[in-house]
Ligand binder design. Structure first.
Ligand SMILES: Cc1ncnc2c1ncn2[C@@H]1O[C@H](/C=C/CNC(=O)c2cc(-c3ccc(F)cc3)cc(O)c2O)[C@@H](O)[C@H]1O
Ligand SMILES: [Mg+2]
Length: 214
């Protein structure tokens, strides 16, 4: 029977990456996507920008919206301090199942909590279910029309504090026009655009980094 792209990506990790070595997992996925099949991971070029933001913020609490196969989940978690917590939300059970195995291969299972469900349902439960007060860093990489409603929901739920960082993928390609318009014009955020390229291509894309001002 026909395999799926996430299944083929996982197979490439299990074949080419070293168990317990997150960077080799990231490298194996990037090689798979460059040499075999394009996939919507943040990729190695934007991934370096992501790395620099994670390192600068040094977050104790991270929320990722849209796990997909766990590429950015592993990339972020590999840079976190010892007691930091990364919660990642994914509502497609097949993608979640693949991501769990990618995360396990990287040996990062104790740093990452993958929650299977929709961001709109789980964002209001972060405090009661996971004892999270606020997130130091949020990585937005799920359906592009959910960036704005979920940002407003995080504000309403009090999950952002003065200095919380939102980092949004794909603000050019596929694009998130309503989110960009809101976040760049809101007096409650200070935003910065990091120009880059759509993963594994020469097309323009970039990351928008926004600081919540409280
Ligand atoms: C509300 C909710 N709750 C929970 N999980 C959610 C969720 N909404 C989506 N998810 C999950 O997250 C992933 C979806 C990611 C969406 N990403 C993109 O569509 C994307 C597309 C491109 C792209 C660019 C140019 C092209 F020509 C074609 C594609 C590049 C990218 O980097 C992308 O991220 C996927 O695993 C989905 O199940
Ligand atoms: Mg993306």
């Amino acid at each position: 029977t026909q395999t799926t792209r996430p299944q083929r990506m996982l197979a490439a990790v299990q074949k080419n990456a070293t168990r317990g070595d997150p960077r080799s997992v990231v490298k194996a996925i990037d090689q798979f996507c460059r040499q075999k099949e394009w996939a919507m991971n943040v990729g190695d070029e934007k991934g370096c920008i992501l790395d620099s933001v994670v390192t600068e913020v040094n977050p104790a609490t991270v929320l990722e919206l849209g796990t997909y196969c766990g590429y950015s989940t592993v990339r972020i978690a590999s840079l976190l301090p010892p007691d930091a917590k990364l919660i990642t939300l994914e509502f497609n059970p097949h993608n979640a199942a693949i991501a769990r195995q990618v995360i396990a291969w990287a040996g990062l299972g104790d740093k990452i909590q993958l929650v299977e469900g929709a961001s709109g349902d789980w964002i209001p439960k972060m405090k009661e279910k996971f004892g999270i007060e606020t997130f130091d860093l949020v990585f937005l990489d799920h359906w592009k029309d959910r960036y704005l409603p979920d940002t407003k929901l995080m504000e309403e739920c009090g999950l952002l504090r003065k200095g919380s960082i939102l980092l949004a993928d794909n603000v050019i390609s596929p694009g998130t026009p309503d989110y960009l318009e809101y976040i760049r014009n809101s007096p409650r955020y200070k935003s910065q655009y990091f120009r880059s390229h759509l993963e594994y291509t020469k097309a323009e894309d970039g990351l928008e980094k926004s600081v919540f001002l409280g």
